[in-house]
Ligand binder design. Structure first.
Ligand code: ADP
Length: 261
C-alpha cells in the first residue's frame, strides 16, 4: 500500500525517519497508548530488520515511560539534540522524561506547543523505518500542530465499541482527512472479554460497533484486541504483552494490527 502523505507547505520531515504512523483516539482510556506501544513492538517483531521508534506526544498524560519501563533524563548529543531512551530495542521519547513524574502538568497553550516542538524537532532518532507517535486523545491544537508540522504516512484510530467512543473516533477520522493524513484504519479494543479462567467470551460493549464504523467511514478494520487481564497486567508492569507473552493470542492480535498498517 502507498504511504505517501501529501506534504503541506509547513511540513518538514524528521531527519532520519522514513515513515511516521500516528496512533489516535477520540477520547481517553480506550487503549490508545497500549496499542501504540504494542504496535511499535509488533512492527519490530514482524520484521527484525526494521528499526522502530516511539514518540509519546501525549504531553498531558504521558504513559510511555511506565509502559516501556523507562525513566531518566535524556542525554544531549554534540548537536544539542536529545538522545532517546531505549528499551526492548525501541528508542523512546516522552515528556515524562523531561518533567517530574508526579508534577501535575498544568500548562498553558504556548508551553504545550513549545514542548511539542521540542519533541518533534530536538530528538536524535538516528535511522528509523517507522516512528510511532502516541497522540493525545481528542482533536485539539496539539494534534493539529503535529499533523501540520511533519509528513505523516498514516493514522491508526483506536476505539472501543461503545457508541460514544465511536462518535469521537469518527471526529478523529474527519480531522485527519481534513489535513490530508491517510487514515490507515481502526483498531477495535476491548470488544470482547475473555475470561482468563474459563476462556468464555463476553461482548461487554456490543460486538461489532467498530466494524460498522470502519464500514461507514470507508476505512479498514485493522484488528480486534480482546479485553484481557494479561494486557492490563503486563502494561502495568512495563512489560508489554508483545514482548512478555509473545505466544499469547493477545500478542498475536497486536502483531496482526502491525502487519495490517
Ligand atoms: P488511552 O491511551 O486511550 O488513555 P491506555 O492505553 O492508557 O488508554 O489504557 C487504559 C487502561 O486500559 C490501562 O490500564 C490499560 O492497561 C488498559 N487496557 C487497554 N487495552 C486493554 C485491553 N485490550 N485489555 C485489558 N486492558 C486494557
Amino acid at each position: 500500500r502507498q504511504h505517501m502523505a501529501r506534504g503541506l507547505p509547513k511540513q518538514k520531515p524528521i531527519p532520519g525517519v522514513k515513515e511516521v504512523i500516528v496512533v489516535a483516539s477520540g477520547k481517553g482510556g480506550v487503549g490508545k497508548s497500549t496499542t501504540a506501544v504494542n504496535l511499535a513492538l509488533g512492527l519490530m517483531a514482524n520484521d527484525q530488520s526494521k528499526s522502530v521508534g516511539l514518540l509519546d506526544a501525549d504531553v498531558y498524560g504521558p504513559s510511555v515511560p511506565k509502559l516501556m519501563n523507562l525513566k531518566g533524563n535524556p542525554e544531549l548529543t554534540d548537536n544539542h539534540l536529545m538522545r532517546p531512551l531505549v528499551n526492548f530495542g525501541i528508542p523512546c521519547m516522552s515528556m515524562g522524561f523531561l518533567v517530574e513524574e508526579v508534577a501535575p502538568i498544568v500548562w498553558r497553550g504556548l508551553m504545550v506547543m513549545s514542548a511539542i516542538e521540542k519533541l518533534l524537532r530536538q530528538v536524535d532518532w538516528g535511522h528509523l523505518d517507522y516512528l510511532v507517535i502516541d497522540m493525545p486523545p481528542g482533536t485539539g491544537d496539539v494534534q493539529l500542530t503535529i499533523t501540520q508540522n511533519i509528513p505523516i504516512a498514516g493514522a491508526v484510530i483506536v476505539s472501543t465499541p461503545q457508541d460514544i467512543a465511536l462518535l469521537d473516533a469518527r471526529r478523529g477520522a474527519e480531522m485527519f482527512r481534513k489535513v490530508n493524513v491517510p487514515v490507515l484504519g481502526l483498531v477495535q479494543n476491548m470488544s470482547v472479554f475473555q475470561c482468563p479462567k474459563c476462556n468464555h467470551q463476553t461482548h461487554i460493549f456490543g460486538s461489532d460497533g467498530a466494524k460498522e464504523l470502519a464500514h461507514t467511514l470507508n476505512v479498514e478494520l485493522l484488528g480486534d484486541i480482546p479485553l484481557h487481564l494479561n494486557i492490563r497486567e503486563t502494561s502495568d508492569k512495563g512489560q508489554p504483552v508483545v514482548v512478555s507473552s509473545p505466544d499469547s493470542p493477545e500478542a498475536e492480535a497486536y502483531r496482526n494490527v502491525a502487519a495490517a498498517v
